[in-house]
Structure formats: structure tokens, C-alpha cells
Design a binder for this molecule. Structure first.
Ligand code: ADP
Ligand code: MN
Length: 176
């Protein structure tokens, strides 16, 4: 699999429960390491890569095949940060690093409440974080040695995560 990679710069997946700081971290890292930030949620909306609106879950029903087709060329080029609260439908070969952001429950609760989440949507996301669903999903779908869990409770955490990841990007060597 490694021999197929032609990219000169690494691709990173930043995942985690909604509210853990994926978009904040991804955009800061994109600036710090000159990578392209792709928010899957925004892409789905912009390019209509969905099968309608789910009233119960209050979100678009993402069309995973359309999303993967849309991104294939970009991912092959490399230097992309993908930002999404799921990781089980992307091709494994796309990513050199899979980052799972994690946030302490009461902090996450406040962030999601501020964002207007309530009822089942709020409790589902808090449960998702308590049970470390995204970390499990990442470990199931990618080699464990490329998966890293990072704490994202404070703004200092964002800064140090961005620094750590930018250093990793700058030291990354393409497979020759
Ligand atoms: P996600 O993309 O994972 O849903 P966001 O990056 O949109 O999360 O962050 C959600 C909210 O929480 C934003 O208001 C952001 O400023 C704040 N936030 C995210 N991560 C942190 C952090 N580590 N420390 C403090 N505030 C944060
Ligand atoms: Mn986001």
C-alpha cells in the first residue's frame, strides 16, 4: 500500500465528537503548516453531496460515495487536512495521520449548549465522547500507529496540538 503513495506532503484527518475543536484546530494547523483545510460538513453543503435533510438528527444525510469521489484527486495531491466527525468511510490509504480530539465532558457540554444543541442531539454527542466512539472508530479503520488522541480542553491545548502537528508535517518524508 505504501508504494502507491505519490504525494509529497502528508494528509491528516482530524476527527472527534462535534465541539471538540476540529475546525478550530484544522484551520490553525492549515495556516501554520501551509496545508489545505477541507471541512467535510461545508463541502457537503456547498456541493450538495447529500441525500436530503434528516429532521430527527438535524443534519444532512451525507452521501459518502459522492464525498469520496469529490476528494480523490485532492487527496492524491497531498497536503490536505480533512475535518469531520466520522472516519469510517474514507479510504484508509488517504491518510498519514489520524488525529482524534478529545474534550472533558463538562467543557464539551458547555460548548455544545452554546452552539444551541439540546435534547437528544446534545445527549447523543456527550455519550459519543464518554464512550470514546471516535477513538474506537479510528483504531478500527486505520493502523494504530498513525492514530493519535489529543486533548482539546483549553486554548493552550489548541496551540500545543497545532505546534506538535506542524512539526510532524514539516518532518514528514514521502515514501521513496
Ligand atoms: P468542531 O469543529 O469539532 O465541532 P469547533 O472547532 O467548531 O469544534 O469548536 C467549537 C467551539 O468550541 C468553538 O466556539 C471553539 O472556539 C471552541 N473550542 C474548540 N476547541 C477549544 C479548546 N481546545 N479550548 C477552548 N475552546 C475551544
Ligand atoms: Mn467543525
Amino acid at each position: 500500500m505504501a508504494q502507491d503513495r505519490k504525494r509529497q506532503r502528508p494528509n491528516i484527518l482530524i476527527t472527534g465528537t462535534p465541539g471538540t475543536g476540529k475546525t478550530t484546530t484544522s484551520s490553525a494547523l492549515a495556516d501554520a503548516a501551509q496545508l489545505r483545510h477541507v471541512s467535510i460538513g461545508d463541502l457537503v453543503k456547498e456541493k450538495n453531496l447529500h441525500d436530503g435533510w434528516d429532521d430527527e438528527l438535524q443534519c444532512y444525510v451525507i452521501n459518502e460515495d459522492l464525498v469520496c469521489d469529490e476528494l480523490e484527486d485532492l487527496m492524491e495531491e497531498g497536503g490536505v487536512i480533512v475535518d469531520y466527525h466520522g472516519c469510517d468511510f474514507f479510504p484508509e490509504r488517504w491518510f498519514d495521520r489520524v488525529v482524534v480530539l478529545q474534550t472533558e465532558n463538562s467543557i464539551l457540554y458547555d460548548r455544545l449548549t452554546k452552539r444551541g444543541y439540546e435534547g437528544a442531539k446534545l445527549s447523543n454527542n456527550i455519550e459519543c465522547e464518554i464512550f470514546q466512539i471516535l477513538l474506537e472508530e479510528a483504531k478500527e479503520n486505520y493502523e494504530e500507529n498513525i492514530v493519535v488522541a489529543l486533548r482539546s480542553d483549553t486554548v493552550q491545548d489548541v496551540a500545543s496540538n497545532v505546534e506538535t502537528l506542524a512539526n510532524w508535517v514539516n518532518n514528514w518524508q514521502p515514501v521513496s
